[in-house]
Design a protein around this ligand. Structure first.
Ligand code: GDP
Ligand code: GDP
Length: 450
């Protein structure tokens, strides 16, 4: 699981600027579900080796009637779900009434809050910042989000206390691509973690219940907050699975238990923790940016993916054709993922989902030898020579597997790191076809002799 960092503060203090710096080019996921009054953006940050989920909670003025009212429910939820809250203030403005109201609210929460004075570039930082100690939130960090100054120091400070809880992700060093420890993992012996994700009301609970059927299952709630999914062990055709249920299926016999709220953080954590992501889309709603964002996030995270278009029951043929054209048009970027048209309500097509889940997992974990990868690389090179770089023909020497789940293929040769993205994409597609890889993103990387 990745730690979650929420950015809080008045409008214009620099939250988006910091958000963009932390997530760099990675796409932000904008929650656009109904009931959300302010924009919230979610992104995956990888800063200086630290990996985490960052949430821009949207602007909170703090000077409207009553902070509880002002902080829209959704923004409160974002704070609740966070491990760390970065409360941003504008060093040039000094303390405002809005800052005070937000501070009062944050002091009541049992959260680790870091007070961050932004825009310290080009001013006398020490005297500008002195004012903010009156907010009584402990240590104060000065940064210039626009230029990156102070950001590293801030992250070092807020992540160190989390190291015990997140030992896997708070190791700020580069993973060695040469490292083939994955070779020692017997993927078939491990339960396959399958996350069922999608926007509210697409039919996740209905599908989960359908999959579980009347089998005796052990459902155990993870203790804690709204951001925890329910993990459900199950068996199917001799294979062990753990369903990661983001919808929060109600325990049998406790039907009146409130359905848990939809939570983007929960969804992102589930994707992180899964081997395969089952992305559920509602056929009766036009495919939304958030649907695409979720799928994009899963791909960025290197997860295998199967797409289920739900509520396929009772639709007219011409409506179905129209939906299929729309999906074709918008899902081009995941054309390697299997698309299933299902009805969770009636059970139609649900069984076949598992064929694709298995296929995707196999694709993500199959071992491929260096000789086979090198052979494919040579064929690709023969059919389409690499372009000249600096007047010289780049030569690919050999390829080997750099890891699995997701599969990484490392290509060695002189000058290979200078090859253009177009050639990298060509090779990626070539490997995909030659290896028959379905449902999982693969990565082709280049390495030059030292
Ligand atoms: P948000 O409303 O809190 O998300 O604030 P933005 O990130 O949109 O920033 C508001 C304004 O402050 C923009 O004009 C930014 O260019 C500016 N800004 C953000 N960070 C810095 C900084 O570190 N230094 C300076 N001088 N300006 C900044
Ligand atoms: P969740 O919020 O994603 O967990 O969605 P639910 O499983 O609670 O379903 C939302 C609504 O869609 C409910 O009223 C379901 O009965 C309905 N629904 C779910 N699956 C189907 C389906 O395959 N066909 C139809 N027609 N309705 C469905």
């Amino acid at each position: 699981m990745l730690p979650v960092v929420a950015l809080v503060g008045r409008p214009n203090v620099g939250k988006s600027t910091l958000f963009n710096r932390l997530t760099r080019t990675r796409d932000a996921l904008v929650a656009d579900f109904p009931g959300l009054t302010r924009d919230r953006k979610y992104g995956q940050a990888n800063y200086d080796g630290y990996q985490f989920i960052v949430v821009d909670t949207g602007g909170i003025h703090g000077d409207e009637e009553g902070i509880d009212e002002v902080m829209a429910k959704q923004s409160l939820q974002a704070i609740e779900e966070a491990d760390v809250v970065l409360f941003l203030v504008d060093a040039r403005d000094g303390v405002t009434v809005g800052d005070q109201a937000i501070a009062t609210h944050l002091r009541k929460q049992k959260k680790k809050v870091y007070l961050v004075a932004n825009k310290i570039d080009g001013i006398d930082a020490d005297s500008a910042m002195a004012d903010f100690y009156s907010l009584a939130l402990g240590n104060l960090y000065g940064i210039a989000a626009a230029h990156g100054r102070g950001v590293e120091h801030l992250l070092d400070s807020c992540f160190k206390p989390l190291a015990d809880d997140y030992p896997d992700v708070i190791v700020p060093d580069e993973p060695d691509s040469e490292d083939l420890e994955h070779d020692e993992i017997d993927y078939d012996a491990l339960p396959l973690k399958l996350a069922i994700v999608g926007r509210p009301n697409v039919g996740k609970s209905t599908l989960t219940n359908r999959i579980l059927g009347e089998d005796r299952v052990v459902v155990f709630d993870m203790p804690g907050t709204t951001r925890d999914s329910v993990y459900i062990p199950m068996e199917r055709d001799g294979r062990e699975y753990v369903l990661i249920d983001t919808a929060g299926v109600r325990r049998r016999g406790r039907i009146d238990e409130a359905i848990e709220k939809y939570s983007v953080v929960k969804t992102l954590q589930a994707i992180e923790d899964a081997n395969v992501v089952l992305a559920v889309i509602d056929a009766r709603e036009t495919i939304s940016d958030q649907d695409l964002n979720l799928i994009g996030f899963a791909l960025n995270a290197g997860r295998s993916i199967v797409i289920a278009v739900n509520k396929w029951d009772g639709l007219q043929q011409d409506h179905k054709d129209e939906i299929k054209r729309e999906l074709d048009r918008r899902l081009g970027f995941v054309d390697f993922a299997r698309l299933h048209f299902i009805s969770a309500l009636h059970g139609t097509g649900v069984g076949h989902l598992f064929e694709s889940v298995e296929e995707a997992y196999k694709s993500a974990t199959q071992r491929v030898s260096t000789s086979k990868l090198t052979k494919i690389m040579e064929m690709a090179q023969e059919e389409h020579q690499p372009p000249l770089v600096g007047g010289r023909r780049v030569k690919l020497k050999y390829a080997h597997a750099g890891g699995y789940n997701p599969p990484r293929i490392v290509i060695h040769g002189n000058q290979v790191t200078r090859l253009p993205g177009s050639y990298q994409r060509y090779l990626t597609n070539y490997f995909r076809k030659a290896l028959g890889v379905m449902g999982t993103p693969i990565k082709v990387e280049f390495r030059e002799p030292k």
